[in-house]
Design a protein around this ligand. Sequence first.
Ligand code: ARG
Length: 444
Amino acid sequence: MKKNYETKLWGGRFRGDEDNLMEEFQNSFTTTLWLLKPDIKGSIAHVAMLVKCEIITEEEGKALTEGLNSILKDLEAGKLDLDGSYEDVHTYVELELANRVGDVAKKLHTARSRNDQCNTDMKLFVKDEMQNVIGLLDSLIDTINRIADANPWIMPGYTHLQRAQVVTFKYYLMAYHSMFSRDRRRLVDAFNSMTESPLGCGALAGTTHNIDRQYTASLLGFETVYSNFIDGVSDRDFCLEAMAAFSIIMMHLSRLAEELCLWTSSEFGFITLDDRYTTGSSIMPQKKNPDASELIRGKTGRVYGNLFTLLTVMKGIPLAYNKDMQEDKESFYDSLTTTTICIKLMNRMIGTLKANPESMKKAVKKGFLNATEVADYLVKKGVTFREAHSIVGQIVIYAEDNKTSIEELSLEELSKFSSEFDDDIYSYIDYEEILKKGIKKEML
Ligand code: ARG
């Protein structure tokens, strides 16, 4: 083996060293230390399989497994010296193993390529992290449920950001409950489809050794193996599916974040955010800014961007492995960490917000939020809906001109617009009563 085995896993056919800049350019070690654990676990399974298939001896397997376990232990205890310049985590683990167990480490990579290895590591990592994110979403969904139940107040619902019809704060929040529940389902679906193990696909064409891919698959928690070696090393769909699911979560989070920014402004005044999730201004002493919400809104772009990065990386590259694909790691990791912290912060913000039912009620009373129900009333009295719509439009102009609301008009005034109005109109269009009628009851 050439001098390169001290820092590299290859080098035999090279006459000279890599340019420093090239080395720096292709290095993925420092940015993917989070792959060390799955890498070691993947290698432990690989060694077990090599022993089972009698490709290495039991003693060799034992030495390799003990060495790998000792690296894992030191990793977990934060005792690894990770300062050296290694090409990637796979290189580090194999060379560190050689330091610990000697020449037998040179057998570790038998019947394996970094192409199947890196995809196995990534898939193990993505699967694990998907479960974490599912747990975080569960907790957010629970918090929304709890805060919704505690806040049954009426509030204006909007279309075009114009007051539209009366709803409740509880029901409004529960819309987000539905959205995050769909997100959870998407994550579970993505997780459930990550069933195939890439390990054993080799560089792209399997191996002449009689290995047992199904054995490593089950040791690593995969149901099955890729049916096609070339696909097994080229597939990054699982990263993309996870990142697409994260992007949709961020889209939902950013909508809720925007609502929080609006609701906490003096213009709305519907809620107060806990001081812990807001910041002040360096010049304006009175300011309390909803920075956590704004950042969630802002960080959504990164998560979309990462999805587009990887989609673009994967676009048009020929099968099988190409180094372009190393770019899957940083983009996935950034999406993961960004989405994770945003879900956690949203959970804390929602869990500590204080609603202001008085402001919500005041807002309900301005803007003719019962106009549709006035039309419904007329329909019940036999007027066609289109006719009723037009009558109520006239009433709205009249009330607007007189700076009042529909419910404050006298029966005499209302009767000028339609002879169908009676005393019962007032209870019919009372904002609380509206919510008890027809299928609107579902909102209570
Ligand atoms: N660091 C590489 C990656 O993550 C590992 C695979 C390298 N394979 C290769 N043929 N150079 O994509």
